[in-house]
Design a protein around this ligand. Sequence first.
Ligand code: AQP
Length: 335
Amino acid sequence: MGRQRILSGVQPTGNLHLGNYFGAIRNWVEIQSQYDNYYCVVDLHAITVPHNPATLAQDTYAIAALYLACGIDLQYSTIFVQSHVSAHSELAWLLNCITPLNWLEDMIQFKEKRIKQGESVGMGLLDYPVLMAADILLYQADKVPVGEDQKQHLELTRDIVDRFNHQFGKGKKVIKSPEPMIRKDGARVMSLTDGTRKMSKSDPSELSRINILDSADEITKKIKKCKTDPIAGLTFDDSERPECHNLLTIYMLLSGKTKDEVTAECGDMRWGDFKKLLTETAINSLQPIQEKYAEVIAEKGYLDEILREGRQKAAEIANQTLEDVKVAMGYSLPM
Ligand code: AQP
């Protein structure tokens, strides 16, 4: 039996931050040798909120380069851009037509983001989870490594699979039900300015997140200004101290230490000393990724070649699934 397949992606809506790294990409890197992996830059998702056409292509490149810089290895993984494989949009349309509207209206991400956008909220935002289902199902992915915030969208994907196979499969599973892969540690990295909100690229405050490409000065400034509390001693898992839990978790993830080791090391520290330690650790652990990124992004031809090959490999699988879906739905294929 061949390796199980993995599909995941990140939106080119800004710089990757520690939430994206610990919630998704670091896990991709750790497991990649055991699977057949497809990692895309989901640029069609990036336009579900207002976007800047002048930076979309450049941001897409930057995310692809960061995948490589973080350790995605082409020996095990294929990297491609979502919009380069037109089957994503086409399958999304077909799935749209079998997905009940009320399933989408129930999605937490839609409910939260529509408030921010008011009257100008677009259809694309409502449809985001169907496009995400299409991304995953085109590759007949077995597993999808994501952060906690995507759990509900994956459940919806599984519901769409059941509905599709039931309506059109004639007893066969035309599309495969994927399983979420959500690691406990790092599944939900919180904002530096509010420990009850997730760290996010779309947060208007730069101070809310540490980006993988932040300079030492930026990291120092952000940690200096991050929200803490007036209580003495540092502890994990105190629901009254979300910032304390989040900052200790970030330190644990960056340093590679265990929870017990971090508790023993930092439990009695004052905020000032802990912030110094966290700053140093963040700068040192991001430096190798930043150096590799500078190398990759300087060689545009190399990245172009990787994305071209990725597109070919991805399209081959995606087009086959699309054909199977269309046949199951009763379409005739072009001769
Ligand atoms: N804070 C987070 N903690 C853990 N995992 C996270 N992910 C995102 N934020 C966190 C995971 O990263 C992958 C890519 O998600 P994304 O491109 O949607 O990232 P984002 O930062 O959430 O981007 P945006 O544009 O700012 O979107 P919203 O506004 O939705 O937050 C996914 O696997 C995600 O789970």
